[in-house]
Design a protein around this ligand. Sequence first.
Ligand code: HEM
Length: 472
Amino acid sequence: MKLALKGPVPGLQPQFFFGNLLQTGILSGKPLFQVWSAFQQKYGDVFQWYFGQQRVLLFNRIEHAQYILGNRQLYDLSVLTEKTFGLLFPRSLLAIKGSMWKRHARVMLPMLKKAKIVPYLQTIVDCIDNLIQKWRDESQNHLYTNIVNDAQDSLLNVIGIIAFDYDLKNSTMVHAFNDVISVSTTLILLGGLPEFMGRLYLRFNSKYQRGLQLLRQHINDIIKQEQQRIKNNGTENRRKNLVSLLVSSLVEDNEILNDDSKQGLTRDELFDEVFLSVLGGFETSATTISWFIYYMSKYPDIQQRIKQELRSKNITQYTVLTSELVDELVYVDCVMKELFRFAPVQPGVGRSAQEDDEIDGIKIKRGDVVLIGTHNIHHDKRVWSLDPDKFIPERFLQEDKTYPPYAMLLFGAGHRACAGQDLARFELKLIIVRLMQFVTFIDGGKDNSGGYLQRITVIPKHLAVYMKFDTT
Ligand code: HEM
């Protein structure tokens, strides 16, 4: 079947099978956000885009975001997300909707709130201390080029411990994890391809199947231990990892099947939710930290201002960090917000129309996929008072302090917004503060030219910094 633009909305004539992916360079590594930014300049605030054969309508104004993301009756989970993530974790929040989503959300959302994560503060600090020690152990005046991988290893370790008390650094499970994650990454990148290909790819990938089996076994072991512990001691001395906390919500498959209003998760659902939390939680956060390190090396004044704020609160290398102390750091909050606005981690969020609709005079048919170009909104001069193409954390103390709702969309918005955003914000702030207690990142010159590499998220392509280990 020949592919062609549909209706009056502008866009680039798609090619057979590849849609717009080949002709715009996405398949050779060009990041989506760059192409969509160029499309907005060429075609305006609404245009068509083809992920392979899948047509989507891209909306790029803050008013569009407010209308679509704020309207849960008309716009819900996008079929693109459902298809891709449904292959990996079909019984998780990211792949379900309706009453099943509500049942899962009731269990999962409270588990990822800040209060549940604060007890892990010291664990997160320890993981970052290990990373700093690893960097210290490398030779002096050395140009560090492995930052993205280092950040990923550390963040995987953090989420592994939060999810199931497993120190992935020292475990045989780390291979299982890496195998499952690398195969999942490839699958997500192949997102626009037909579903049956994805299914076959996973089915016959022995690395993936082996890894998955190991993870399943491990999670089942934790569940059994926790059930035994509860039987012996009640809920006293219970473990605080995510799997253990979820044990009390376990129900049998047939209970759910027979009663739609039943609360809780089945064993398979619990596994999928934990797997999603690990995969969803580590890559996005590691990418954000990598961009932080890159920007700090490029903006030494901002880095010094963070350190100055730590000093003003008497935070030295000997200070034991607490949640209250970290909460007091206002300038670090501004840097985080600017990082969330500026770094091109994710280019957009999607929904599928549940009914026919019309937006800005454009007819939407039930089932159409609509995407919000979040990166375009983050850089829209109509939204931001200070130049949105500049990295200026102070904007959040000044002209852009009261930015409009739906202007910051790194975590999406509305009822399908990121379930892990409290966890992510808490761990990222803590990591930034810990790094700034000990390290100064210095521009590594021509090898530190930035650039973009599209993976599940967009990571810095050329990141190379020197590090100075501070003495006070
Ligand atoms: C910097 C880190 C992160 C970023 C940038 C991020 C981004 C996102 C985005 C853009 C969405 C889709 C939102 C929408 O459609 O409106 C999402 C959904 C989701 N995220 Fe995150 N995320 C991050 C960290 C995490 C963490 C740490 C977890 C869990 C431990 C997590 C779990 C989820 C889940 C479960 C969903 C699906 C929610 C639903 O559809 O109901 N994320 N995330």
